[in-house]
Design a protein around this ligand. Structure first.
Ligand code: XIL
Length: 371
């Protein structure tokens, strides 16, 4: 046996005593850090110290690991579907005032127990068939006085739901997506029956039902300099002139990549109204950047820019991601984006590991002033 053989033997023994690379160990280590046990500041710590909300959505069937990820990194949460009117009912197709709150309660109580803010999404929404209780269509066509019937139902619904969650849900999207997707007017069953005055009315009803709750008008604007942005802002200013209790503007950002100047312009306009702003539904698909050398870095940079633009204004109080991780995203399920799956729009990958996007958002938040 030569000296070289002995050295090689010793090296082998040392090497074999090291832990072999193991995917589970890597994931577990990373996961404990993601659950907030590491010393690195988490997104939620960075946000909380600046009085900002950073949120994600959870669904009813979230796993323990997903819930731990949410509590580890976010100080706000939205139920992806559970607080929507049809989801609160005993039967989706049944009586629109016959509720079963058990599923929504479970998620709401989990959020409250973990010190997270729960956003209520959403009281009144009529877009596609699934967004309002189906029974309303039949009730309208059978009613002798559909206006009176609809106002009565809206009032009971708002009272019942806001009353039920009072103290646990502190901010509500009172209405969602009232304007046509392309702009130019308001659509939906409530508009058809009651005219646009229904929007003022439901805000008054909501304020009466829970005077302590923050009331938000949530909308998907698209381009922030186009007709719909102006139409929306004019409408909100009109609400304020009429003394309607609206406190905040929520914007959906599912498809926005470019147009930072337009976003900045829009936010300045919001600032002038005195209302607060939240990005209530954020997706940034990595897939948008598939032609870049590193799509994940490009996604991180785009998110950094966008969130920085938003939080540069003190009227911006929060950002909520519409999902939690790339393994479960509505983007991979809906027509259009699903043909590009995986869209990977979130901050964590399907193994719940942080992506560069996470650090892009953290950086934007860390650069934000306290509000
Ligand atoms: C989506 C959910 O993510 C899906 O699970 C559901 O099937 C349809 O609704 N704008 C909104 C959200 O205001 O409520 C939508 O959520 C996404 C678009």
């Amino acid at each position: 046996m030569t000296l070289k053989d002995i050295i090689t033997g010793i090296k082998f023994i040392i090497k074999s005593k090291r832990k072999p690379p193991c995917i589970n160990i890597t994931l577990t280590d990373d996961y404990s850090e993601q659950s907030g046990k590491s010393e690195k500041p988490s997104l939620k710590e960075a946000a909380s110290s600046r009085n900002l909300f950073i949120g994600a959505t959870v669904s009813y069937n979230a796993t323990e690991e997903e819930l731990a990820l949410a509590t580890g990194h976010f100080n706000s949460v939205t139920a992806e579907n559970l607080h929507k009117w049809p989801h609160l009912l005993k039967e989706r197709q049944g009586d629109p005032l016959d509720y079963d709150f058990s599923r929504a309660d479970k998620v709401t109580d989990w959020a409250v127990k973990n010190g997270m803010r729960m956003r209520g999404h959403t009281l009144v929404w009529s877009k596609m068939n699934h967004t309002h209780p189906k029974a309303l269509n039949r009730m309208v066509s059978e009613s002798e006085n559909p206006g009176k019937m609809m106002t009565g139902i809206l009032e009971k619904h708002i009272n019942r739901v806001m009353g039920h969650f009072k103290g646990r849900i502190t901010q509500w999207d009172v209405v969602n997506e009232v304007f046509r997707y392309g702009g130019e007017g308001i659509d939906g069953i409530f508009m058809d029956v009651l005219g646009e005055k229904y929007i003022d009315d439901v805000f008054h009803m909501a304020h009466k039902a829970d005077p302590g709750a923050e009331l938000v008008i949530n909308e998907t604007i698209g381009s922030y300099r186009g007709g719909k942005a102006v139409e929306f802002l004019d409408f909100v200013k009109g609400m304020l002139d009429r003394g309607v209790p609206v406190h905040g503007i929520g914007i959906q950002e599912h498809n926005n990549v470019k147009g930072l100047d337009d976003l900045a312009w829009f936010i300045k306009e919001v600032e002038k109204t005195g209302l607060f702003l939240e990005i209530t539904e954020m997706d940034m698909r990595a897939n948008f950047f598939r032609k870049e050398p590193d799509k994940y870095q490009a996604q991180a940079e785009a998110l950094y820019q966008r969130i920085k633009t938003a939080v540069d204004s003190k009227c911006c109080r929060g950002i909520t991601f519409w999902g939690l991780h790339d393994g479960n995203t509505w983007m991979d399920r809906i027509a259009g984006p699903r043909s590009h799956a995986p869209n990977e729009p979130q901050l964590f990958d399907g193994n719940l590991k942080k992506k560069p996007a996470y650090y892009g958002v953290l950086r934007a938040i860390e650069e934000a002033a306290e509000r």
